[in-house]
Design a protein around this ligand. Structure first.
Ligand code: BT5
Length: 248
């Protein structure tokens, strides 16, 4: 059973990536709930070795977790985290954020936040997970390069005023601590809230994976983080990873 986490927050100025800093701590035996927050990252990372732009004014954090679930369930953490962040953003900034599978938080079709879940496992046991959250809070996205996968936005741009970084940090972490135990017990509730907050369920989508693309209607999400897509022939696909675009 995953226990309720106690958080220890380490605040750093400039780091290469909070994922790397948290990983070093995890390797050195850091307890579950060890958090690294940095003011800026020199080389923040997204999935598949992509870059994550991390100027001053954003919320860039990583958390060490040691879940007792099997490795195959860890992708469910990404769903749970997306729900935690989306609810925090809606509550603190009153912004209509929603979730795009697997790891994006969007506002009006623009990317507000991204999540990365990096796991170290041995045999069938999770050693630790480093969960990374990047949230554009008071960031000026007009200074971002124009070749991003999708347009970006920030809370300040959506609300027209600065949003308190500490308040949004606390709200995200409180929600995560509240929901974390549901990874073992009560995950149906997380899936239900994810579905309500998602912009993909019921939509025609395209999921690109190395070597193949799946097109069809997104009909549901599973506890292992996979998306269920039914194609035009009525064939159901369980999609575990990939980049999704909404067709209509
Ligand atoms: C993600 O990857 O969305 C996961 C991002 C996780 C970042 C956090 S910050 C704290 C922690 N430490 C780290 O080093 N990482 C985590 P992905 O789905 O692969 O999206 C990456 C793509 O998003 C890039 O290729 C860009 O197109 C775009 N992008 C980069 N920086 C962005 C930003 N600040 N806001 C919006 N989009 C961005």
């Amino acid at each position: 059973m995953s226990k309720r986490i106690t958080l220890t927050i380490n605040r750093l100025e400039e780091v290469i990536s909070t994922q790397d800093s948290a990983k070093q701590l995890a390797e050195a035996g850091a307890l579950e709930g060890t958090v690294v927050v940095a003011r800026t990252q020199v080389r923040g990372r997204g999935r598949l070795g992509r870059r994550w732009l991390s100027p001053d004014g954003g919320l860039w954090l990583s958390i060490v977790l040691r879940p007792t679930c099997p490795p195959a369930r860890v992708a469910g953490l990404t769903l749970l985290t997306a729900v935690s962040i989306t609810e925090a953003v809606r509550k603190v900034a009153k912004v209509e954020a929603s979730i795009k599978w697997p790891n994006d938080i969007l506002v009006n079709g623009k990317k507000l936040a991204g999540i990365i879940t990096e796991m170290t496992a041995e045999m069938n046991i999770v050693k630790y997970v480093v969960l990374g959250i990047g949230l554009n809070v008071n960031v000026d996205t007009s200074e971002f390069p124009h070749d991003l996968l999708m347009p970006a936005t920030s809370l300040r741009e959506e609300t027209g005023r600065p949003v308190d970084l500490e308040r949004i940090l606390k709200a995200c972490l409180n929600n995560l601590v509240r929901d974390y135990t549901k990874l073992d017990d009560g995950f149906e509730d997380v899936l239900k809230r994810w579905t309500e907050l998602s912009v993909v369920i019921g939509k025609e989508v395209k999921v690109s994976q190395p070597g193949q693309t799946i097109e069809g209607k997104a009909v549901g999400v599973r506890a292992d983080g996979a998306l269920e897509v039914v194609d035009t022939d009525g064939v159901s696909h369980v999609v575990h990873a990939g980049d999704l675009s909404i067709l209509r």
